[in-house]
Design a protein around this ligand. Structure first.
Ligand code: ADP
Ligand code: ZN
Length: 808
């Protein structure tokens, strides 16, 4: 297990390392019995610390600092704000896989004879372990403990070490991800001297002579592989040994781009709303002060064009731009669009890249070789030193919030970084978060509006289908009702016209749950409070939280009945139904199951772009910012799922989801239509989406939030208490709540403790407390100080989520 760097620790610098030590580099340092990677965050010339008790740094891992002053300050600020450790934030800011640490290794040091003499003293199990160890001679302690009980392993090692038969050492692991090099061959000796000697080679070693000739003539380096093909491996070795040639290593860049070039794209003339936004934003850029702004424009209103214009100005000024996009689903498409305008001075940073590519992109950015960086969440920490603008596209998207420690929100970190640097930060969305809209209305952000779609294209017309009525009329029993008659007709008409269709369903898998129609039994995950979902691909019931899988039972496990049936449906069943409805069409499905491969997204999107795919079926992945001009029909198969989640943002989310998915329709020359199937057609949230009226939704929800002190009217910290034992979890949560209340001032309060909506996850019970306050620093201080009062073990079982976006 890696040891997360939790605290700032102090070490001494051995005189040998004095010259290499620099703030921002990584160091290998002793921590307990092992060596771990730490980040040098400051140097003390003399200190209050007692030098006697300090351990020395073991090694310096970098030749150049990875973090400059600004990045240290930013990561520190983020750690303090999110009540987490600085080291963790630094780690997410760096490319993954570059850390080094050591592992404990057991090595046999005595002869088999002596070991055989001692074996009699061992238990049978210990003898078995010893045999395995002897076969390999050296094994990491951790892998021994994975195969045998830790206690037995420890006992055996203690015996062996005390008898001097084995040793226990620390060996350094090389980092998983390193720069890639290729090996080249070059002349090492003076050319005149090589010429003078070459005749000797011609007589004695003809192949070596031709290599030398080749190098003399070409005047440049050749790859080692090529050199070996000319002179043979031993010939190359021999020339190196004689000092005629040398081997040099050259770093190569692993490129994430699929094609080497994309066709250059022209710059459309901005319409007047776009021009106003561009002018205002350039003014903001030129102010050279912190300039936070929100670009609020309908789907297809040309927001991306505004980004492109403003970015070109930033680049013209010799500064850099950072563009954040929600998820890898969007990066390749956005990146291609940027590349067709700006060429190759773009770097990409997202988790869809291989670790090597990511490292190389990061190093390119660090060296100042990219003017524009496009990336997902963690790219907000990209090491740009001449940053002039940060764009956060689809700023409302919840994937900007990391759901693991450190639980930072990239949009908010972008704002903090922009403020720190005094630059422009532009948020863009067709459905901005309540928080951002609120700040813009209050004047904290400059607001730019793009009220219309480009070329005055109409927003798609949205038709609501009441599925209660539909069910009553067609009256199917048992089978799920996937396509209403209206949607069925629309699909057929659209296909007949040769146009494309998008079908949206917010659940992957085949069916929602397996229900026994006799006793009502449903199959649930043994580790989480959730139903298992059937996946046809491997004929398994799966848990979407912990990936537990089992075969679907033939009979009801509870009553033995055979009337088990599926309830609800997911992408897989929709695909099956669509194939029956439209037998000779090309249908693609896009969800987490079909996009595991690195290129999978890209291929699916490309086939839609090139109109090879006629029907695209997918989860919310398909709803994000894609520009598919051929799609004229969008079917939202069930609008109800996201409305029912127990979260105060459910309305906002549902609105955003419906609007974004609907917004994929009619982006080309032909108008788009959207058919929304729902069991709640009169719900205000669905009506607001149908009428493209965000303000209506805000009007209803604003007073509710204001009354409860919820964002944007207050700040939240969610405290999640988890434990394996149900009663302990509750007791712990109640103790923490009491402690908080005892220390609460007048401006902070709590809701809870209450069982979390997802009550059990991966075998742990979960209770939560929602801490609220009107002033964020008061709230943060209160929570931090209260948690610090808990005994350390109990602190470890409390997860802190500052500004939570998910209350489930
Ligand atoms: P958004 O980012 O708001 O969804 P886009 O910037 O993707 O909108 O624009 C939608 C489509 O309209 C794109 O195909 C884009 O190339 C095109 N477009 C945007 N602005 C203009 C303009 N001023 N003139 C012509 N076409 C435009
Ligand atoms: Zn589970």
């Amino acid at each position: 297990m890696p040891v997360p760097p939790r605290r700032v620790l102090t070490y001494t610098i051995p005189s040998l390392l004095q010259k290499q030590v620099e703030v921002g580099k990584r160091a290998l340092v002793p921590l307990g019995p092992r060596l771990v990677t730490g980040y040098i965050v400051g140097l003390l010339s003399s200190g209050p610390v007692d030098l006697q008790n300090l351990k020395p740094i073991d090694a310096i891992l970098d030749s150049e600092p990875l973090l400059d002053h600004h990045m240290l300050k930013l990561t520190r600020l983020v750690a303090d704000y999110y009540l987490t450790s600085w080291g963790l934030v630094i780690r997410v800011s760096l490319p993954p896989g570059i850390d080094r640490r050591t592992a404990r290794t057991v090595e046999i040091i005595e002869s088999p004879e002596r070991l055989a003499q001692e074996a009699g003293k061992l238990s049978p199990l210990q003898r078995e372990i010893l045999t395995a160890l002897q076969a390999r001679r050296r094994m990491p302690l951790s892998s021994l403990k994975r195969r045998w009980p830790a206690k037995e392993v420890d006992r055996l090692i203690r015996t062996l070490v005390s008898l001097n038969l084995a040793s226990l050492t620390y060996r350094e692991n090389i980092p998983a991800v390193r720069p890639a090099y290729r090996s080249l061959v070059d002349l090492a000796a003076d050319r005149a001297m090589v010429r003078a000697e070459i005749d000797v080679f011609h007589r004695r070693a003809r192949r070596q002579a031709s290599l030398l000739e080749h190098l003399l003539q070409s005047g440049s380096t050749i790859t080692s592989a090529e050199a070996i093909s000319i002179a043979g491996a031993s010939g190359v070795r021999s020339l190196i040994a004689k000092g005629f040639i040398r081997q040099v290593m050259e770093e190569i860049e692993r490129s994430p781009w699929e094609e080497t070039a994309v066709a250059a794209d022209s710059w459309p003339e901005p319409n007047s709303a776009q021009q106003t936004a561009v002018d205002g934003l350039i003014q903001g850029l030129n102010s050279r002060t912190f300039f936070p702004a929100l670009l609020y424009g309908a789907t297809g209103s040309g927001k991306t064009e505004v980004y492109l214009r403003v970015i070109s100005e930033v680049v013209r000024q010799g500064r850099q731009a950072l563009v954040l996009v929600p998820e890898i689903a969007l990066t390749p498409v956005t990146a291609d669009r940027f590349r067709s305008r700006f060429g190759d001075r773009i770097a990409l940073l997202h988790s869809g890249l291989s670790p090597g590519e990511r490292l190389d992109q990061w190093r390119r950015i660090k060296r100042g070789m990219a003017d524009i960086v496009i990336g997902a969440r963690s790219a907000v920490f990209a090491p740009l030193s001449r940053l002039g603008l940060i764009v956060v596209d689809e700023e409302h998207d919840t994937s900007y919030k990391q759901d693991d420690d450190p639980r930072y929100h990239a949009r908010d970190v972008a704002m903090a970084r922009g403020q720190m640097l005094g630059i422009a930060v532009l948020l863009g969305s067709a459905t901005p978060s309540f928080e951002s809209i609120h700040r813009a209305k209050e004047g904290a952000y400059r607001l730019f509006l793009l009220p219309e779609r480009v070329h005055a294209r109409a927003l798609p017309s949205i038709t609501l289908i009441d599925m209660r009525e539909e069910r009553a009329q067609i009256g199917v029993r048992g089978a799920p009702l996937i396509f209403s008659r209206r949607l069925t007709d629309a699909i057929k008409e659209t296909l007949a016209k040769g146009e494309q269709i998008l079908l949206f369903i917010n659940r992957r898998g085949y069916a929602r749950l397996l229900l026994c129609r006799e006793c009502g039994f449903t199959l649930r995950c043994p580790h989480c409070s959730t139903s298992l979902i059937y996946h046809a691909a491997d004929d398994k019931m799966r848990c979407h939280y912990c990936d537990y899988r089992e075969r679907p039972p033939g009979r009801c496990p509870q009553c033995g009945g055979i009337a088990c049936g599926w309830l609800g449906y997911g992408t897989q069943q929709v695909e099956a139904a669509a194939r029956i409805l439209a037998p000779n069409t090309t249908i693609a499905r896009m969800d987490r199951d079909t996009t595991r491969g690195r290129q999978a997204y890209r291929q699916i999107l490309k086939s839609v772009q090139q109109r090879q795919t006629q029907i695209l079926i997918g989860t919310q992945m398909v709803g994000k910012g894609h520009d598919f001009p051929g799609i004229t029909l969008v079917g939202i198969l069930s609008a109800d799922g996201s409305m029912q989640i127990p979260d105060f943002r459910a309305g906002e989310r549902t609105y955003a989801l419906l609007t974004q998915v609907a917004g994929r329709a009619g982006r080309g020359d032909r108008p788009g239509q959207v058919i929304v199937q729902t069991y709640n057609p009169e719900h205000y949230c669905i009506l607001a989406a149908r009428n493209h009226d965000y303000e209506a939704l805000c009007q209803i929800e604003r007073p509710l939030r204001e009354k409860r002190g919820l964002p944007p009217f207050g700040f939240l910290i969610l405290l999640l208490v988890t434990a394996v034992n149900e009663a302990h979890t509750q007791a712990k949560a109640e103790r923490l709540a009491d402690l908080l209340l005892e220390r609460a001032g007048s401006s902070v309060t709590i809701e809870g403790p209450a069982p979390a909506p997802l009550y059990r996850l991966k075998g742990r019970y979960r209770w939560q407390i929602l801490a609220k306050g009107h002033d964020s620093s008061t709230l943060h201080r209160w929570v931090k100080e209260t948690i610090a009062l808990l005994p350390p073990l109990e602190q470890a079982g409390v997860e802190i989520d500052v500004d939570p976006v998910d209350l489930c």
